[in-house]
Write a protein that binds this ligand. Structure first.
Ligand SMILES: *Cc1c(COP(=O)(O)O)cnc(C)c1O
Length: 215
């Protein structure tokens, strides 16, 4: 568990939350993290998330971090702590609908695409700002938008990663003061195993780390 302790020590001065990304790992491998006091866990597939939720302690806060199909929202709506991968309006609408059916308000992050790679999902920043100017966020009262999630390009070019995280931070701040100044919009989720030290310098307050936890 040394790598985990090291990461916790590194993120502490920044006040960032660790979301332990547990995809591809078994409940037996995950349990020691829970025993160390970690309570925020992330998965990118609904089926895997549900299986693990059922075999791990109830006090875990489950974060959905991967591409989410509309038809699968209802399976996680009753319990999911946060949906970080809200990347399109149709999904926003579906989360709102299923949250209402489950008699709850579901916290979510707007996934914003800044990486130039074609494979990354998320709202284009300009389109998102346009949607918010049209008050899209007020159409879905059962979704509580808490902030922004994003990813940098998968590259060894540190300057480029820094540039993309800086851009995400700027968008987060802009949305915060333009559209969400009177709500609790305070989470910037960025930084993974390969780039979280840069993300910390660029203002993240939630890192999503997987492979680095399971050497
Ligand atoms: C897998 C995954 C992570 C964690 O990636 P690692 O490189 O294993 O730390 C973070 N965010 C998302 C959206 C992921 O799918």
């Amino acid at each position: 568990m040394e790598p985990v302790k090291k990461i916790l020590r590194q993120i502490k001065p920044y006040g960032a939350t660790l979301v332990a990304v547990t995809k591809h790992h078994t409940p037996e491998e995950i349990l020691p993290l829970h025993e160390m006091g970690i309570r925020d866990f992330g998965e990118n597939r609904v089926q895997e998330l549900i299986v693990k939720k059922d075999s791990l302690p109830d006090d875990i806060r489950w974060h959905m971090i991967g591409h989410l199909q509309g038809k699968k929202v209802k399976k996680i709506a009753p319990f999911i702590h946060m949906i970080q991968s809200l990347d399109r309006v149709s999904l926003w609408e579906e989360i709102d609908k299923q949250a209402k059916r489950a008699h709850r308000v579901i916290p979510a992050l707007l996934e914003v695409k800044v990486a130039r790679e074609a494979t990354k999902s998320g709202f284009n920043p300009d389109e998102l700002i346009q949607l918010l100017h049209e008050n899209t966020h007020q159409l879905y009262p059962n979704v509580n938008i808490r902030g922004v999630m994003g990813m940098a390009s998968f590259t060894s070019d540190k300057d480029r990663i820094r540039e993309e995280f800086t851009q995400l931070h700027r968008i987060f701040k802009q949305l915060q003061y333009t559209f969400f100044s009177d709500t609790q919009f305070d989470i910037l989720s960025m930084g993974m195993s390969g780039d979280y030290p840069i993300a910390l310098e660029c203002g993240t307050n939630m890192v999503r780390i997987g492979s680095r936890l399971f050497p």
